[in-house]
Design a protein around this ligand. Structure first.
Ligand SMILES: Cc1cc2nc3c(=O)[nH]c(=O)nc-3n(C[C@H](O)[C@H](O)[C@H](O)COP(=O)(O)O)c2cc1C
Length: 150
């Protein structure tokens, strides 16, 4: 699972995302799919960059905040530590891995999610030797109901 964040004007947004994948090796590219119903979508459409984070398994509360709540109702960024990366994109503190990607293009498709093609321009430190932390997976949070109907 990923948390994808965006900024446009003086607004921030972010949501939990399962639909995401690396989609090119050279050049490196990564695609995230955001529901047009989400508040995050409207901000992401106006953003120059998006940030993509993975969570440790014990960061369930962060997953609940970004996946089970909508920014239409509360300010998620009042409730987490973050700093502003490229394009003022919120980068969540304390995530085991993250990158900020420049939005290279959109894939509209014909469904209810739109793909954002990202070019990574900055990333967190690579994991050291060893296994690294266990990451939050869909099976860990399958009981969370989306904060915004798709
Ligand atoms: C397990 C799970 C997976 C999700 N995957 C996606 C996804 O791939 N893309 C997406 O746009 N929303 C996805 N969502 C929904 C959003 O994270 C959720 O509706 C969120 O509350 C939207 O917040 P916002 O309105 O502040 O953008 C998922 C939610 C859950 C619980």
């Amino acid at each position: 699972m990923y948390v994808v964040t965006a900024s446009a004007g003086d607004q921030q947004a972010g949501c939990l995302v399962g639909f995401a994948s690396q989609c090119s090796i050279d050049p490196p590219r990564f695609m995230v799919w955001i529901s047009t119903a989400n508040r995050t979508y409207g901000i992401a459409r106006r953003a120059s960059h998006l940030a993509v984070h993975v969570l440790r398994r014990e960061q369930r509360r962060t997953a609940e905040l970004f996946g089970g709540e909508t920014g239409d109702d509360l300010d998620k960024f009042d409730r987490v530590d973050w700093w502003a990366g490229e394009g003022a994109t919120p980068v969540l503190a304390d995530c085991p891995a993250w990158f900020v990607g420049r939005v290279r293009g959109l894939v509209e498709g014909d469904g209810d999610h739109v793909g954002f093609m990202l070019e990574p321009v900055r990333h967190g430190p690579p994991p050291g030797d060893g296994e690294g932390p266990a990451l939050l997976r869909f099976s860990d949070i399958a009981d969370i109901s989306p904060g915004h109907p798709a």
